[in-house]
Every structure is written in C-alpha cells, then in structure tokens.
Design a protein around this ligand. Structure first.
Ligand code: DON
Length: 305
C-alpha cells in the first residue's frame, strides 16, 4: 500500500471516468432530481484527520440515508442494548422503503438502515435528546470541523411534500406501539436529518469514530469498541439495502449509501472513505461510487477480509 493515498485516489478517478453520468439521480424526492450525474468526488480520512481527496470532494451534496449510520451510533450511545428490542439487525432483502415485512414482523423493522428502522432510531433519539436532527447536526459539525454544515431547506420541503411512503411506515409502526413521538414530529425530524448537506471530506471525517473503534476526533468515547463493531457489522450486512451482498462482494467494507449518491465506507483501524456521484442504480446506490470503492479496495488491499 502506498504511504500516501492521494495517488490511489487520482488513479481511481481516471479509471472510472466513464461512469459518472451513468445511472439516474433519485427523482421521488423532486429536489434531488436536478443533480448533475456527472459529478464525482472521493475523500479518504485517516485516523488522525488527514484527508485526501479527488474531484468534487469538497462540494456539499444531500447526505440522505448516510445519516442513518450516524443516528444509529448516537442512539446506541444513549440507548444501549434496549435499542435492539425495537429494531432488528438482519438484512431485509427488500427495497429501502418497503412496507411488506412490517406487518408479519409486528412493527419491528428488520434493521436500522431501511427507512422503517431509521424512523425507529430517530424516534428514540428524539425522545432521548429532544432534538434528534439538531443532535446529529452538532455531531457532524464537531467531527468534520465544518461549522457551516447544515440542513437543506429546499430538500426538506421537497421530501416533506412527497413523504407519503415514510408517513405510512411511521403510522404503521405507531399502531404497534413502536413509535414514541407524534408521527408528524417524527417525520419532520427524519426528513430534516436526511436533508443534511455535507461534502465527501465532511462525511469521511465525521465517520472517523467508526474506524477508531468508537473514539471521537477529540479523544472522547462515543461508542464502546463492541458497539462500534455492531454499527460496522450492520453497515456491512444492511448498509446498501437489497444490494448489500453485492456491495460486500465487490467492496469488502462496511458501507452506507444514500439516494443523494453518496456512500461512506469504513476500514476499521485504518481510515474512512466517502464517495459521491448522483447517478444511482436500480437499488438506489451510486453507480460510480460503488465502482470507485471497488477499485479502492482492490488497489490498496484495504478490506475487512
Ligand atoms: O426517506 C427517504 O426515502 C430518503 N430521505 C432517504 C432514502 C435513502 O437515501 C435510501 N438510500 N439509498
């Protein structure tokens, strides 16, 4: 492995240059549909906060479901094992916004990364903190060092206006007693969380605690080593939805994707990676992003396997 990861990132950007532009930006949230699929950025953050980047690595994009990895960690740090009584940790094999399993599994979502599971996590974090989205934003600002990192009000309004599927999931789980806050309050918190705008550099730095076995950038402990392992394990098995098997096969790292076209990936004990390119495949993962992570682990040998 090279001493600096910069040449690796430069090589990946060249090798995959035909891919940005393939796939389609998400359009079920209209504010995301206008993203230019030709964007591509990639950043790697080492454990000490050194960051390497290529392409649009400093340009903010809509973090969307990437935030689910952070809210899971924040809730786990407060809720502990109790969380796992309210959400499972098995891959769903279904699309991220699917409703089908919820009825025969009694309102307990399969895992924290499908939308139903993320709604439960945000609900619990909101009950414990009084401001789930604000807690998330404060954490991302502190870890990335970017005080301007914020919610995107246009994306928030757009998703709120087209949020019927998430509203259905939340109401259905509330009917089983698995939601604490009023559903409209929860939906506002969840949509706000998803609307966070951040760059590859911001998100790679903010995910650093997952590579440092739960330790934050200031040396304090967010998660125990065991809890950090839990979050990484659920990212590996469930972080890219019904494509998690293919992602593990190609990339070999815990990863979490979002429909804004970003993906974070973790090399425990070594570094974190964030890629972004808005063109998505049919399962909601960035086409160029997955390819770039595939090349990253192949070229560096950095994988959990
Ligand atoms: O709730 C939603 O549908 C979006 N705010 C987030 C979905 C998402 O990013 C799934 N990722 N691939």
């Amino acid at each position: 492995m090279p001493s600096s990861l910069q040449p690796v990132l430069d090589r990946i950007a060249t090798e995959i240059q035909a891919l940005p532009g393939r796939g389609r930006p998400a359009d079920y949230i209209p504010a995301l549909a206008s993203a230019d699929p030709r964007h591509f950025g990639m950043a790697v953050a080492e454990l000490d906060g050194t960051v390497y980047g290529v392409g649009d690595w400093q340009r903010p994009f809509s973090a969307q479901s990437i935030t689910k990895a952070f809210t899971l960690a924040l809730d786990l740090s407060l809720d502990g094992e109790l969380l796992w009584e309210h959400v499972g940790r098995e891959p769903s094999g279904n699309p991220f916004n699917s409703l089908v399993q919820l009825e025969y599994e009694n309102g307990i979502p399969r895992n924290p990364f499908i939308n139903a599971g993320a709604l439960v996590v945000t609900d619990r974090l909101h009950a414990l903190t009084g401001d789930a989205a604000g807690t998330l934003r404060a954490f991302l600002r502190a870890e990335s060092g970017n005080d301007r990192l914020d919610f995107d009000e246009a994306v928030l309004a757009s998703e709120t206006a087209h949020g019927d599927r998430n509203a259905a999931l939340a109401h259905f789980m509330a009917s089983y007693g698995n939601i604490t806050n009023p559903v409209p309050t929860l939906l506002d918190q969840y949509f706000r969380q998803c609307s966070i705008e951040a760059s590859c550099a911001d998100l790679a730095l903010a995910a650093g605690f997952l590579a440092r076995h739960g330790i934050r950038s200031d040396g304090s402990t967010l998660l125990t080593r065991s809890q950090a392992k839990q979050v990484n394990a659920v990212m590996l098995t469930c972080g890219t939805y019904d494509a998690a098997g293919d992602f593990a096969h190609r990339v070999g790292l815990p990863g979490k994707s979002g429909v804004g076209g970003g993906i974070i990936a973790v090399v425990p004990g070594r570094c974190t990676v964030c890629v972004w390119s808005p063109g998505l495949d049919q399962r909601g993962n960035s086409v160029a992003g997955v390819a770039a992570l595939d090349r990253f682990t192949t070229l560096t040998g950095l994988s959990v396997f």
